[in-house]
Design a protein around this ligand. Structure first.
Ligand SMILES: Nc1ncnc2c1ncn2[C@@H]1O[C@H](COP(=O)(O)OP(=O)(O)OP(=O)(O)O)[C@@H](O)[C@H]1O
Ligand SMILES: [Mg+2]
Length: 434
C-alpha cells in the first residue's frame, strides 16, 4: 500500500517534470527559430529571388546550429543544408533521419514559412532535447525502482513490527482469559501506544476479576445465609408433619411458618433492590430534595422505636440543605442508618441526626454513642449479609448498609464511617450540583 502510494506520487512528479522541461526546451527552439526567420525576412526585403538564394546559402554555410532550406514551388532545393521537404507551413518536427541527409540533421524541429513565393524552413536540432528526455527518463526509472524498494522494505519492517506487537497483545490476552484471569499483560519499557493498550486491557481484566469475585462472594453469601432460615423452616414443617397435635396448634405452626417465609421473601426483595440499584443508572425521577425535610421525616418515623429503648433522638437540622436526587431512596438510606443506630446502640444511648450545607455541598450525619464499628470492619459491613459478631442476637439480615451504599453511589455521594468517641458516626457527603 505504502509502495503503491509512493509509486503513484513518483509517477505524477515525473510526469510534471518531464512535461514542463521538454515544453520549455521546445519553446526555446521555437523562439530562436522564429527570430532567425524574422531576420531573414528583414534581410530579404526588396531583394530578388536570386539575392535571397545567396543570402540563405551564406547563412547555411556559416551555420551556428540552425539548418536552412529554401525551395521553389516545384520542390527544387535552391539553398540550404536539408533535402527537399513537403512545403508545409508552421511548426514541424521529425525524428527519423530523412533519406540521404546528414545524420546531424536527423532530429529537427523548426518553422516553415513562405518567402517571396518560395518555401523557407529554418530548424534546430532536437538532439539535446532528446538527450534531456532520455536523461530524465533514466533518472526516473532508477529513482522509481529505488523508492519502491525502499517503500516496500520500510512498509514491511514497520507493519511487521506493529503486527508483531498487536499479535503478542492479543495472544496474551486470549491466553489470560482462557487460563488464569489473575495474570496481566507485561508492559514494555517504551511506554508507547501499545503499552497504553495493554494497560487498558489490564484495567479491564482487573474489573472483570473484581466483578467475578464479587459475584462469587454474593452467591456463596446468599446460599449460606438462606440455608439457616430454610433449614429452620424445614424442621418446623417436619415436626408438624409427625406431631399428634390438634388442628389448632398445627394452624399456629403454619402461621409462624408463613411469617418465616415472608421474612425470606423480604430478604430476596432487599437483594433484588440492591442489585437493581447497583446496576441502575440515575433515574429520571431526580428532583431537588430538601434534606432537612427528609431528616425530620426520618426522626418522626423512628422517634417511637428510640423511645421504646429509652434513647434520646436529637436533631440539628440546618435549613436549606438540598441535593438533587430521588427522595424515596434518600429516605430509605437515612432510615437504614437511623435504624442501625437505634438497634445496634444499647438502650439509653444518644442518637443525633444532623444536616449541614457548606460551599462544597450538603452533608448528613447520623451518630450514636454505642459500641461503634472497629476501623478494620468499616469496609466489610458494606458487604451483603455481613454482621458484626456482637450483633448476632439483634434482628436483621446484614443488608441495610449494602443498600445504603448502593443508594449513596447512585447519588455520586460518599459515605464515611468514623469514631464518634464512643459510637459510630456516619457522614454522607453530596457533591455540589450547581
Ligand atoms: N450504629 C451502629 N453501631 C454499631 N454497629 C453497627 C451500627 N450500624 C451497623 N453496625 C454493624 O454493621 C452490621 C451491618 O449493618 P447492616 O445495616 O448492613 O445490617 P443489619 O442492621 O445487621 O441488618 P438489616 O439492616 O439488614 O436489618 C450490623 O450487623 C452491625 O454489626
Ligand atoms: Mg441495619
Amino acid at each position: 500500500m505504502y509502495a503503491v502510494i509512493t509509486g503513484i506520487s513518483f509517477v505524477v512528479l515525473f510526469g510534471v517534470i518531464f512535461w514542463s522541461t521538454t515544453r520549455f526546451m521546445r519553446h526555446q527552439i521555437d523562439d530562436s527559430v522564429s527570430s532567425e526567420i524574422d531576420e531573414i525576412r528583414a534581410g530579404a526585403r526588396g531583394k530578388s529571388p536570386e539575392e535571397i538564394e545567396v543570402l540563405v546559402r551564406g547563412l547555411a554555410k556559416h551555420s551556428s546550429g540552425f539548418v536552412y532550406l529554401l525551395q521553389d514551388p516545384f520542390g527544387v532545393v535552391r539553398a540550404g543544408n536539408l533535402p527537399s521537404l513537403q512545403p508545409k507551413l508552421g511548426i514541424r518536427e521529425w525524428d527519423a533521419p530523412s533519406s540521404g541527409s546528414d545524420a546531424r540533421y536527423a532530429a529537427i524541429r523548426g518553422l516553415g514559412v513562405s518567402l517571396a513565393g518560395d518555401y523557407l524552413f529554418v530548424g534546430w536540432s532536437t538532439h539535446q532535447l532528446h538527450d534531456m528526455e532520455k536523461m530524465v527518463v533514466g533518472t526516473f526509472v532508477w529513482g522509481f525502482a529505488a523508492s519502491i524498494a525502499l517503500a516496500l522494505a520500510g512498509g514491511f519492517v514497520m507493519s511487521g513490527r506493529l503486527l508483531r506487537k498487536i499479535q503478542s497483545i492479543s495472544d496474551t490476552s486470549r491466553d489470560i482469559v482462557e487460563t488464569d484471569l489473575s495474570r496481566r499483560i507485561p508492559l514494555s519499557s517504551a511506554r508507547d501506544e501499545f503499552d497504553n493498550l495493554s494497560a487498558s486491557v489490564n484495567g479491564m481484566l482487573d474489573r472483570i476479576q473484581a466483578l467475578m469475585s464479587d459475584l462469587r462472594q454474593v452467591t456463596t453469601d446468599i446460599a449460606h445465609d438462606m440455608r439457616t432460615p430454610l433449614t429452620r423452616l424445614r424442621q418446623r414443617l417436619e415436626l408438624a408433619q409427625h406431631s399428634e397435635a390438634g388442628a389448632d396448634s398445627l394452624r399456629l405452626a403454619l402461621a409462624s411458618t408463613v411469617r418465616e417465609i415472608d421474612a425470606i421473601l423480604e430478604i430476596f426483595a432487599a437483594l433484588l433492590r440492591i442489585a437493581q440499584m447497583e446496576s441502575g443508572a440515575r433515574s429520571s425521577n431526580y428532583k431537588r430534595v430538601d434534606l432537612t425535610e427528609v431528616m425530620s421525616t426520618v426522626a418522626e418515623l423512628y422517634r417511637p422505636s428510640a423511645e421504646d429503648r429509652q434513647q434520646a433522638l436529637t436533631e440539628h437540622l440546618a435549613p436549606g440543605a438540598t441535593v438533587v436526587g430521588d427522595r424515596e431512596l434518600l429516605l430509605q438510606l437515612f432510615a437504614n442508618l437511623t435504624e442501625n443506630a437505634i438497634l445496634h446502640a444499647p438502650p439509653g444511648a444518644r442518637i443525633e441526626l444532623a444536616t449541614e450545607q457548606s460551599r462544597s455541598g450538603a452533608q448528613v450525619i447520623v451518630a450514636d454513642n454505642g459500641s461503634g464499628i472497629p476501623a478494620d470492619m468499616r469496609e466489610k459491613v458494606l458487604q451483603r449479609f455481613f454482621r458484626l459478631e456482637k450483633s448476632r442476637t439483634t434482628p436483621g439480615n446484614g443488608l441495610g448498609l449494602s443498600l445504603a451504599a448502593a443508594i449513596v453511589k447512585l447519588h455520586d455521594a460518599t459515605m464515611t464511617f468514623s469514631d464518634n468517641q464512643p459510637g459510630l458516626r456516619v457522614t454522607v457527603s453530596f457533591a455540589h450540583h450547581g
